[in-house]
Every structure is written in structure tokens, then in C-alpha cells.
Design a protein around this ligand. Structure first.
Ligand SMILES: Cc1cc2nc3c(=O)[nH]c(=O)nc-3n(C[C@H](O)[C@H](O)[C@H](O)COP(=O)(O)OP(=O)(O)OC[C@H]3O[C@@H](n4cnc5c(N)ncnc54)[C@H](O)[C@@H]3O)c2cc1C
Length: 375
């Protein structure tokens, strides 16, 4: 079966934050968009994330910022606590969508995906699950994509939004390496303590921990485990090991530790980064989001870059008469900003591992201010 011929047809591979945002932004500008997602519907893992100001600004453009604020927990301050439990720094983040709305929002991942997916549905985007691209050929001004179910798409634009291990990146011949930074990050869902009205981060003697509210009733604990081999622990070991790691922190972390009760709410992931040097596009195919630039989670801004990519891609395609020129403009507008974020997040991860927290705080502050500049 062959389908879709036309000037403004797009196939997006990956229904994550970048893919769904790009799909809605383009569909709103008249594109006929189909999304192929390899995973099943509703498979998003249950922990939360923090959407910083640039995410909210890009979501506002799509009319989604208020929905996210309603589904999550709005905040504007990051409180950094030093190893002895004293206040080390208080970062007041710029409010990018107006003084009356908060600077950022903590949110459960499934709630964010639901919001993005419902918007894509409203915009007429067709999303398939259990489907991916198997082979890609540029045929004149169209891309011919052989799909994993044997069907073929001929589209004007192919977008790889399939995450840090992007297979579209490989199919387009755009290779980069994925780096592991000696850190495993933990997340666990807990009830929100009343004092947690912003992000709290606690420097420990070896590791870093913290708390992010994601609704009136829920928050997630995060812990960054330094200097460890990359490994996968059996599910039954997750909760006892997280308890052990949190035990070394004084003060409020002790209280937070007692809130971690259910093993199913604990996840542990390696800190991986990638940055695609040079072009992110070939012919009329392009990669966006983590597929092009995946930062370490220390700046809590990977989602911001992914969501911005979707919005900026749609803008640049509109501004140019050819797709190739639109993609070139997109990459040149995005590359330096994304490189800065990836490199800063790696520098912060290195400082954390070296226990040089005092040097990391101003870097976090300065980088958030830089990211507040227009995307
Ligand atoms: C532990 C952790 C905590 C984080 N916390 C934050 C945070 O608080 N704030 C923040 O801004 N960022 C955070 N990030 C980063 C953020 O999650 C990513 O930057 C963001 O998810 C990137 O979005 P994406 O759409 O590019 O990729 P992804 O979210 O990875 O989405 C890719 C999608 O493509 C699908 N896919 C994969 N391969 C294929 C294929 N071959 N074919 C079809 N579909 C495919 C996947 O199933 C997925 O749906 C965190 C990351 C980690 C690991």
C-alpha cells in the first residue's frame, strides 16, 4: 500500500514530546501529518518531570500552557541546600509567559503526554502505534519511507523524533555517539509535603537528591548516584537501594525518604547525552528533540528543547518556499542553543561528581537565563 502524495505531507517517527509538538504545530499550519510510534498507546512511564520556562513558552504558542499548569504544579524557585543542610542558593527563574503565571511546572509524564496527544488529535494528526520506519530513500523532492508493516509512505518531509537512540538518524546517515557520564538517576513518586512549593535540591557527601512537586497531592524524589557503572537492577532491589542512598542525607531528605513506600513508583536510568555535530537534516529528512541533542537531566531542559524544536520547525517551514531551505534555517536557528544546553548540563554533571556544588549553582542560574532568550 502506498499513500500520501503532496507538497505539505509529513511523516513523523516518534510520538514523544518533540514528535507530538511538531505534529500539532505543523498540522495547525495546514500540513497533513502522520505519526508512527513504535510503542503501544498509553505506555509512558509514571514518574514526573519539570517543564521550565522555555517549555511553557513553546506550549503557550500551541495553546497548551494553561492546560499543563492546571494538570501539574506551578513553581518559580529552585532552592539549593548545601551538604550541611544550610541554604546555598535560591534561583528565581524568569517568568516567560507573564508575571501572573509561574516560571515552570512540575508534571506527571502521563499527564503531559495526554495533553500533547489530545492536541494532536484535535489538529487532525493521525497517530499509529506499533509502527516505525524501516528504510528511507530520497526520490526527488519526496522521501519514500518503507514502514515496518510493509506499507510505504511518500511524503514531502520525514521527521525523526524517535529519541536519543534514533533509528531515523541512522537511516538518514547522520551518526553521533551516545555518552554515559558515570551517573544513574533515580525518581520515585511520593505524596507532596506541604513545604514543597518549588524545586528543592540537596547536595550530599557523594550524591545529590531533591524533590519536585507535580500536583497538589504528588511530588517526585530525585537522586543522582555518582561514580557508578551503568547497570540495570532487578525491580525488587530498587526501593531498598534508594532508601539506602537517601539515608546519607540529613534534614528534609530524611522526611522525604520515609514517603518512598511503593517499589512500583521507583525508576532508575543512566545519564546519557548526545549531540549531533553538523547537519541534522539530509534531503527532506530531519531529526529533532533528543534524536539531535540529548542533555543530561541536571538542567531539567531536555523537554524544553524538544518542545521548542517542534514549534520552531513549523515556523521555519512556513517562512521558506522550499522544505530544504526551511530545514537549513531550522538547524541553524537551533544548533548553538541546543549545544550550549547539552554542554552546560554535562559540565554540571561533572561538577556534581567532583563535589564542586558551589561552582555548579551559578552555572545553572546563568544557563536558565540564557535559555530564557527567545528560542
Ligand atoms: C531520568 C530523566 C529525567 C528527565 N527529567 C527531565 C525534566 O525534568 N525536564 C526536562 O525538560 N527534561 C527531562 N529529561 C529529558 C527529557 O525526558 C527528554 O529530553 C525528552 O523526553 C525528549 O523528548 P523527545 O520527544 O525528543 O524524545 P523521547 O521522549 O525519547 O520520545 C521519543 C519517542 O519515540 C519513540 N520511538 C523510539 N524509537 C522509535 C522508533 N524506532 N520508531 C518509532 N518510534 C520510536 C519512543 O517510544 C518515544 O515515544 C529527563 C530525562 C531523563 C532520562
Amino acid at each position: 500500500m502506498e499513500s500520501y502524495r503532496g507538497a505539505r505531507t509529513a511523516l513523523i517517527v516518534g510520538a514523544g514530546m518533540a514528535g507530538l509538538t511538531a505534529a500539532s504545530a505543523m498540522a495547525r499550519r495546514g500540513w497533513q501529518v502522520e505519526v508512527a510510534e513504535i510503542g503501544p498507546a498509553g505506555a509512558t512511564a509514571g514518574w514526573g518531570l519539570c517543564l521550565t520556562g522555555p517549555s511553557l513558552r513553546a506550549l503557550d504558542e500551541l495553546g497548551l500552557a494553561d492546560l499543563c499548569l492546571a494538570a501539574g504544579y506551578g513553581m518559580s524557585v529552585i532552592t539549593q541546600v548545601d551538604v550541611d543542610g544550610g541554604l546555598a542558593a535560591e534561583v528565581r527563574l524568569p517568568r516567560l509567559i507573564g508575571a501572573e503565571r509561574p516560571a515552570m511546572v512540575g508534571m506527571a509524564r502521563p499527564a503531559l503526554y495526554r495533553t500533547l496527544r489530545e492536541q494532536a488529535d484535535r489538529c487532525g494528526v493521525v497517530v499509529h502505534h506499533g509502527l516505525t520506519a524501516a528504510a528511507v530513500d530520497q526520490e526527488g523532492e519526496q522521501v519514500r519511507v518503507q514502514m515496518s508493516d510493509g506499507t510505504v509512505r511518500r511524503v514531502a518531509l520525514l521527521v525523526g523524533a524517535d529519541g536519543i537512540r534514533s533509528s531515523v538518524r541512522r537511516l538518514l546517515g547522520l551518526e553521533t555517539s551516545v555518552e554515559y557520564h558515570g551517573q544513574m538517576v533515580w525518581r520515585a513518586l511520593v505524596p507532596r509535603p506541604p513545604w514543597a512549593t518549588g524545586i528543592h535540591q540537596f547536595a550530599g557527601k557523594v550524591n545529590t537528591a531533591g524533590l519536585v512537586p507535580i500536583s497538589d497531592s504528588q511530588a517526585y524524589v530525585f537522586l543522582t548516584e555518582n561514580g557508578v557503572e551503568r547497570s540495570v537492577l532487578p525491580d525488587v532491589e530498587l526501593m531498598p537501594r534508594l532508601w539506602q542512598l537517601l539515608e546519607t542525607f540529613p534534614g528534609r531528605v530524611e522526611e522525604v525518604r520515609s514517603l518512598v513506600t511503593g517499589p512500583t513508583s521507583v525508576v532508575r536510568r543512566p545519564v546519557l547525552t548526545a549531540f549531533l555535530d553538523g547537519a541534522w537534516n539530509r534531503g527532506t529528512g530531519v531529526v529533532i528533540g533528543d534524536a539531535a541533542h540529548a542533555p543530561a537531566p541536571q538542567m531539567a531542559s531536555g523537554a524544553a528543547l524538544a518542545i521548542e524544536d517542534g514549534a520552531v520547525l513549523a515556523q521555519e517551514l512556513d517562512r521558506h518556499t522550499s522544505i530544504g531551505a526551511g530545514l537549513d534555517a531550522f538547524v541553524s536557528r537551533r544548533a548553538q542553543r541546543c549545544r550550549t544546553l547539552v554542554e552546560t548540563s554535562v559540565a554540571i554533571a561533572d561538577l556534581e561528581q567532583a563535589q564542586r556544588h558551589a561552582e555548579a549553582y551559578p552555572l545553572v542560574d546563568a544557563c536558565h537565563r540564557q535559555m530564557a532568550e527567545p528560542a
